[in-house]
Design a protein. Structure first.
Lengths: 113, 115
């Protein structure tokens, strides 16, 4: 069975700091990878997704993620965070064969103004 | 505006009672899903349905039941057999049976508290 690990449960940063949230997965086959964000009181929204091709994926709001197959990782990055990035971030995996998304435990990011 | 509507937003249940959470979508999506969100555990799949009148158990289906009589509706019943029902419940849908190309659309959730 596949699984997704997000090792940082809580991250606190000051505005303008750089962000990197870790995501590692376990599955030996082809995967599709996603990052979702949940702002306080709002729906889960898709930030970005990787299916194939360029392993560096750019998403909304200046976020990007890099798929490193050899490390089974899909870390989320942003060069300079803003207070409005305060949210919970979820990494998710879908096997190439199959329909279900498997989510990581989430990382709560707080950005101090 | 198309989307997913979950109701109610907050729900209180007495121990031993069954309760049904509503999920309605007007996106004409084929597949619908129910997830449970607990702090530090992410989202765990309860049930999913790819077509009308068909549904499958997810990873934590015990103590829950669903129906899919209409394409736009996928209600979740939390039964008295669910040992720890207090949680945040999220409904999601996708256009195609394989959500790869679109990602999920999520509802705003229902927070269930057992009192």
């Amino acid at each position: 069975a596949q699984s997704v690990s997000q090792h940082n449960h809580h991250v606190i940063l000051s505005e303008a700091a750089s962000l990197e949230l870790g995501c590692n997965y376990s599955y030996g086959g082809t995967v599709n990878l996603f990052w979702y964000v949940q702002y306080p009181g709002q729906h889960l929204q898709l930030l970005l997704k990787y299916f194939s091709g360029d392993p560096l994926v750019k998403g909304i709001k200046g976020f990007e993620a890099e798929f490193i197959k050899s490390k089974f990782s899909f870390n989320l990055r942003k060069p300079s965070v803003q207070w409005s990035d305060t949210a919970e971030y979820f990494c998710a995996l879908k096997r190439n064969a199959g329909n279900m998304l498997t989510f990581g435990g989430g990382t709560r990011l707080m950005v101090k103004p | 505006d198309g989307g997913i509507t979950q109701s109610p937003k907050y729900l209180f249940r007495k121990e031993g009672q069954n309760v049904t959470l509503s999920c309605e979508q007007n996106l004409n999506h084929d597949a619908m899903y129910w997830y449970r969100q607990d702090p530090g555990q992410g989202l765990r799949l309860i049930y999913y349905s790819q077509i009308v009148n068909d549904f499958q158990k997810g990873d934590i289906a015990e103590g829950y039941s669903v129906s899919r009589e209409k394409k736009e509706s996928f209600p979740l019943t939390v039964t008295s057999a669910q040992k720890n029902p207090t949680a945040f419940y999220l409904c999601a849908s996708t256009l195609d049976r394989a959500p790869a190309n679109y990602g999920y659309t999520f509802g705003s959730g229902t927070r269930l508290t057992v009192v």
